[in-house]
Design a protein around this ligand. Structure first.
Ligand code: ATP
Length: 345
């Protein structure tokens, strides 16, 4: 049962598509991330949903009611922005209560719901303070409480964590996910951070130049990116231009820049095709009978070592190692053919 439907949503600025034909079905309670690099159309999509931007083409439906012709306030959505957009002269409590007061709800109800929202985002100790007296993370929690206190049918979030430091960003990810689950919210969340999207969302929509590249669960995008652009975004750091030299139903063999790799073809490929072989660093390992390379850079990354090494022909490979090699070392690297994806160039 589709609860919210975007059908061919398109928005142009001066004849150029900022967002082109976005179609998406959202289930109630889902957490959807819109993901892509700067300028790909994420905010345009969110603003079209919110009603802050009229569509050039397409339509938006909720339970068979056409939404895109309604003004923002009649859509019943909550919004959380990167900039928090709090009232600086109002206390935390009054910021959160503001929307309820605007709806002229009885005072007792305003107080009860405001108290609940304050508790939900764990700001009880700070309820009397002004936004300027809070940390960035606390301010963002106020912004979230202010949105959810109105019990919106859908919460739209535009890069809400990008002004926070790395540690707080991680904490707030969990926090937002927790709120999403405990309140049964439906959320559309915009981010350019692939890790953030993968860790939070039930499904991701990857955009590039205003066009949908792929819609899928984190696992689908991770293991089966639809094209090299999605692969690039999903952390396939080795994107190697090569040529197909053999094709069997199971394995495609590709060669280029002194490398021979075996992988899985995405789409139909034939001998002689120009392709891009995509491999994640964690799927390239030091091993016998592999490609000889010379180590150039070694870096700690969590529990593993991130290694950059160059082939004799000068191609740089990104891989992982468990034991620390030294720059200048000659090693050989191997890849599991099941984890090498071969895309048409
Ligand atoms: P960012 O992460 O940098 O905010 P984004 O993915 O959210 O990027 P959008 O803001 O949706 O991207 O912009 C998509 C494209 O539309 C860009 O090329 C942008 O320059 C253009 N664009 C967005 N808003 C306008 C506007 N009001 N007038 C003209 N062009 C616009």
């Amino acid at each position: 049962m589709t609860w919210l439907r975007l059908d061919g949503v398109t928005r142009r600025f001066g004849g150029k598509d900022a967002l082109s034909g976005l179609s998406l079905d959202v289930e109630q309670g889902e957490f959807i991330a819109l993901l892509g690099p700067s300028g790909c159309g994420k905010s345009t999509a969110l603003n079209c949903l919110a009603g802050l931007l009229p569509l050039s083409e397409g339509s938006i439906w909720q339970d068979d009611v056409r939404l895109d012709t309604l003004p923002p306030e009649r859509r019943g959505f909550g919004m959380v922005f990167q900039s928090y957009a709090l009232f600086p002269h109002l206390s935390v409590r009054r910021n959160i209560a503001f929307g309820l007061q605007m709806r002229r709800l009885p005072r007792a109800e305003v107080r009860r719901r405001t108290d609940e929202a304050i508790k939900l985002v764990q700001l009880e100790e700070h309820a009397g303070k002004l936004p300027g007296q809070l940390s960035g993370g606390q301010q963002q929690r106020v912004a979230i409480a202010r949105a959810v206190v109105l019990e919106p049918s859908l919460v739209l979030m535009d890069e809400p964590l990008s002004n926070l430091d790395a540690k707080l960003r991680l904490e707030m990810r969990t926090e937002i996910r927790r709120l999403h689950q405990s309140l049964g919210l439906t959320t559309v969340y915009v981010t350019h951070d692939q890790e953030e999207a993968l860790s939070m969302a039930d499904r991701l929509v990857v955009l590039r130049d205003g066009r949908v590249q792929q819609i899928g669960t984190p696992e689908e995008l991770h293991t089966r990116p639809a094209n090299r652009h999605v692969a690039d975004f999903m952390g396939y750091r080795n994107l190697l231009p090569m040529t197909v030299t053999a094709v069997t139903p199971a394995v495609v063999t590709v060669e280029g820049a002194g490398l021979t790799l075996r992988g899985t073809g995405v789409g139909t490929l034939a001998v002689g095709d120009e392709v891009v072989a995509a491999v994640r660093p964690e799927d390239l390992q030091v091993g016998p009978d592999g490609v000889p390379v010379t180590v150039e850079v070694v870096e700690y990354q969590g529990r593993e070592l991130a290694v950059e090494a160059r082939t004799a022909q000068g191609t740089m490979l990104h891989l992982r190692a468990v034991e620390r090699p030294t720059p200048g070392d000659r090693i050989t690297v191997v890849a599991d053919p099941a984890r090498v994806l071969v895309f048409p160039a």
